[in-house]
Design a protein around this ligand. Structure first.
Ligand SMILES: [Fe+2]
Length: 375
């Protein structure tokens, strides 16, 4: 059929639809409805004006509620993204904060991590991590020893039992992707939750950065919990879930590791059972603690209810309101609290090289206390 034929057919179809539904541009009709609805809208605006201020926060639902609850915990004014106390400390030490998300993510400027950090500065960095959940540094030029030294300020360092470490540095895990090994960590997760004592946090240092893509996204587990409907919160609290490292076992087999050795791995690292809602050991806040990479199922519920709850909780971290996104540069550092956030590495840089070193801090056994707040 010729282009003219196509055009005639389309016009004829359009006019027959208009005769069924009425004109799509009937201005008199549209104006009538607009005036009618405006009358009600005016009344509604009038009543909400009477409830201005935080009273109207009762109307918030979902992610809007989750963010608002967490924001007020950070600063009761609801207008600062961290505590007044932290703002004062940062100012006194000449630090500058660049906040990336509302409840999560802050770049700390004016710190040289090559130097030995004073106990006061380490304390301020810890407090920033506790309040903002993931912190970042720019333009650092670290040797591997300096990277490890920075990590040791925050606890004992972990060795990953399955990931090949950097030669001579068992506590440094390289995260390397290029055209031969495309990035595939594009799922929301917290690290090593298959351990009985999953890590406290990780410190990633960018060595070779793609020209575009390869950002890391972080999502606030505390705000995500607060945004859940009440009945979902109630159903989740006090429940446990099973975590496993099945993915690693599969990849080891694929790389030629004998089944006998893989079975031995399973014996040494048995399934871990963790609370579905985890209480942060330092802030006392509760957060969602299941993830798609390692959590197998929620215990203590009929199968269908368990699967439904699993799906609901897995979806929660995906709301953009809970997130921040870090655009890497060579020499950038991301330091996240693995007990308070999940992360996602965007796989959009193939075939470029993306090469980072990870230093990981040992954590403790997750627990749950119903009354959240300061411990
Ligand atoms: Fe990870």
């Amino acid at each position: 059929m010729s282009p003219a034929g196509d055009s005639r057919g389309y016009e004829s179809k359009k006019s027959s639809m208009a005769s069924v539904q009425g004109s799509g541009t009937d201005k008199a009709r549209d104006l009538k409805f607009l005036k009618k609805l405006e009358k009600y809208r005016t009344r509604s605006r009038g009543s909400s004006r009477a409830n201005a201020g935080f009273g109207s926060a009762k109307k918030l639902r979902g992610a809007a509620k989750g963010v608002h609850v967490e924001l007020l915990r950070l600063n009761p004014s609801g207008k600062q993204l961290c505590s007044d106390n932290l703002i004062e400390k940062a100012k006194a030490q000449g630090l500058r904060f660049e906040h990336l998300g509302v409840t999560i993510g802050t770049v700390i400027h004016n710190v040289d991590l090559r130097k030995k950090l004073s106990p006061t500065l380490v304390q301020t960095i810890k407090q920033t991590l506790n309040e903002r959940k993931v912190i970042f540094f720019r333009n650092q030029d670290l040797t591997r020893e300096e990277h490890l030294e920075f990590g040791r300020n925050f606890g004992e360092l972990e060795i990953h039992p399955f990931g090949k470490s950097v030669d001579g540095y068992p506590e440094i895990l390289p995260i390397y992707n290029d055209a031969r090994f495309p990035g595939a960590i594009n799922n929301w997760h917290s690290d090593v939750t298959w351990r009985t004592e999953p890590s406290l946090g990780s410190i990633l240092y960018m060595r070779e950065c793609p020209d575009f893509g390869g950002d890391t996204l972080f999502s606030d587990s505390h705000a995500a919990f607060e945004g859940l409907p009440d009945h979902v919160k109630k159903m989740s609290m006090g429940k446990s879930a099973i975590h496993d490292f099945e993915n690693f076992r599969r990849s080891q087999l694929a790389q030629g590791v004998p089944k006998k050795v893989v079975d031995e791995m399973k014996e040494h690292f048995p399934l871990a059972s963790h609370p579905v809602i985890r209480t942060h050991p330092e802030t006392g806040k509760n957060g969602i603690y299941i993830n798609i990479a390692f959590t197998k199922y929620i215990e203590g519920l009929p199968i269908q209810a368990s699967q439904n709850l699993f799906r609901t909780l897995i979806e929660a971290h995906k709301s953009p309101e809970y997130q921040c996104r870090f655009i890497w540069e060579k020499g950038s550092i991301a330091f996240w609290d693995n007990r308070a956030v999940q992360h996602y590495a965007s796989s959009d840089y193939f075939p470029s090289t993306r090469s980072l070193d990870r230093v990981t801090i040992c954590g403790d056994r997750p627990f749950f206390i119903a009354n959240h707040g300061k411990l």
